[in-house]
Ligand binder design. Structure first.
Ligand code: ADP
Ligand code: MG
Length: 245
């Protein structure tokens, strides 16, 4: 695996008023690495990955860099954000646009890609997530699993350096979880750098290069899947795993 650092998080502190959600997170993500973030509800997992593309503001002393570029407010933010693909729990597709248009939109708007080229690229991506035949439908006509695959294709359309997933299968009916995890597994195999917040411990064990356990706004423990799942060192990690496995 490549060891070049793609995402660097230094001393990340995030508070809502008096309530501190993240207490100084340090995290490096290497190019091509797949990192799964696990932990109880409210531990700050979503906040952490939302800070990475500055969907959330964070304390002034914190530094997040993507490929050496600081993720800070200002003229460069749009450029840095374009390097980060994000997939949410609830898909967040544009309901009034067809599937293929959803995937074409960002390249056309942000990269000024001509529409015929954007369409060709979008259809390739829909092929990659196994859903090309749905291209002219509207999101509301698709199953949850299909919509989430479109959302993944849409994020990939910007050719991001890193993909962030926030519980991408949590809103799905159980029978649709597998098809989305399969797509994510394929992305991981093809070298896409990924940070995945998930409750799917089987996926984390199988696909992650590194698993991070968060609790109370801190990284309590991090390691390979066998480190975390088979011989966790921290009592909090053991308690969490006992509850979910
Ligand atoms: P997780 O994704 O691990 O469930 P979150 O990152 O969503 O956790 O939330 C971490 C903590 O921050 C929780 O205690 C949550 O209540 C709090 N929090 C999240 N968003 C806000 C907000 N907009 N205002 C105040 N507190 C928030
Ligand atoms: Mg969350």
């Amino acid at each position: 695996m490549a060891s070049r650092t793609l995402v660097s998080v230094r001393g990340l502190v995030k508070a809502y008023g008096d309530f501190t959600v993240l207490h100084g997170i340090d995290l490096d993500i290497a190019e091509g690495e797949v990192v799964c973030v696990v932990g109880p509800s409210g531990s700050g997992k979503s906040t952490l990955i939302r800070c990475i593309n500055r969907l959330e503001d964070f304390s002034k002393d914190s530094v997040i860099e993507i490929d050496g570029l600081p993720v800070e407010r200002g003229p460069s933010l749009a450029q840095v954000r374009a390097e980060v693909g994000m997939v949410f729990q609830n898909f967040n597709l544009f309901p009034h646009m067809t599937v293929v248009k959803n995937v074409m939109l960002a390249p056309m708007r942000v990269r000024r890609t001509p529409s015929d080229h954007a369409r060709v690229q979008a259809l390739k991506l829909l092929e990659r997530v196994g859903i090309a035949e749905q291209a002219e439908k509207y999101p509301g006509q698709l199953s949850g699993g299909q919509q989430q695959r479109v959302a993944i294709a849409r994020a990939l359309a910007m050719e991001p350096r890193v993909m962030l997933f926030d519980e991408p299968t949590s809103a799905l009916d159980p029978e649709m979880v597998g098809e989305v995890l399969d797509v994510m597994r394929d992305l991981a195999k093809t070298g896409v750098t990924m940070v995945v917040v998930t409750h799917e411990m089987g996926f984390a064990r199988q696909v992650a290069d590194r698993v991070i356990f968060m609790d109370g706004g801190r990284i309590v423990e991090a390691g390979t899947p066998p480190d975390i799942f088979d011989s966790p060192r921290e009592q909090r990690t053991r308690d969490f795993l006992r509850a979910v496995l």
